[in-house]
Design a protein around this ligand. Structure first.
Ligand SMILES: [Zn+2]
Length: 190
């Protein structure tokens, strides 16, 4: 399944690299790396073509993480050390968000135990807006918007935070909002 997706993204990008080339899995920056706290710069239209390789690397890195860890729905460019406003999501199909902005969000919020590929063993209880609208550019520089709710809404809020150098740990709801992933059996027991 992952192999098929790997080929799909190359077709989507019109990439010239052959499928037989090795995957470009990049190191994911981990909690404590100061580069995760940098404000990312907007992508300019003329930069788009040059970011094709970065999008491929985001895809390969996300798929590798998912294969190893069983989780991972999206990844932000700064997590592989590229300080640009670029998010790659792959749930049922690949979606690239260039310069995403959340411009509308619900007053209704909910709490969840959030995770992140930059601290894979840690869970953090955060509060997110239940729904939101994200406006962005696609790889053809077309303006697009998506209304999202529930798990997709919190995912995009998490990823857009990355572009502003904000990690989920900074959004912890209280002093007990941190747990190691292997302790999740205790959740909901106060
Ligand atoms: Zn993250």
């Amino acid at each position: 399944m992952f192999t098929e997706r790997y080929f799909d993204i190359r077709q989507m990008l019109g990439c010239l690299r052959s499928n037989s080339e090795v995957m470009a899995v990049r190191d994911i920056l981990l909690l404590g790396n100061p580069r995760l706290y940098e404000l990312c710069l907007p992508v300019a239209p003329e930069e788009l073509a040059g970011l094709t390789r970065t999008v491929e690397d985001l895809h390969d890195t996300l798929m590798d993480f998912r294969t190893r860890c069983g989780t991972g729905r999206a990844i932000a460019a700064p997590q592989i050390g590229v300080a640009k406003r670029l998010v790659y999501m792959n749930i049922d199909e690949p979606v690239v968000f260039v310069n995403p902005v959340i411009d509308v969000q619900s007053a209704e919020t909910f709490e969840l135990w959030d995770d992140c590929m930059s601290f894979p063993d840690l869970l953090v209880k955060v509060r997110r807006h239940y729904s939101c609208r994200v406006i962005y550019r696609d790889l053809g520089w077309n303006e697009r918007s998506l209304m999202l709710s529930d798990s997709l809404a919190e995912l995009l809020q998490h990823e857009c935070d990355h572009l502003n150098g904000v990690l989920a740990v900074a959004r912890a709801v209280d002093s007990r909002a941190f747990a190691l992933r292997n302790q999740s059996a205790f959740f909901g027991r106060g």
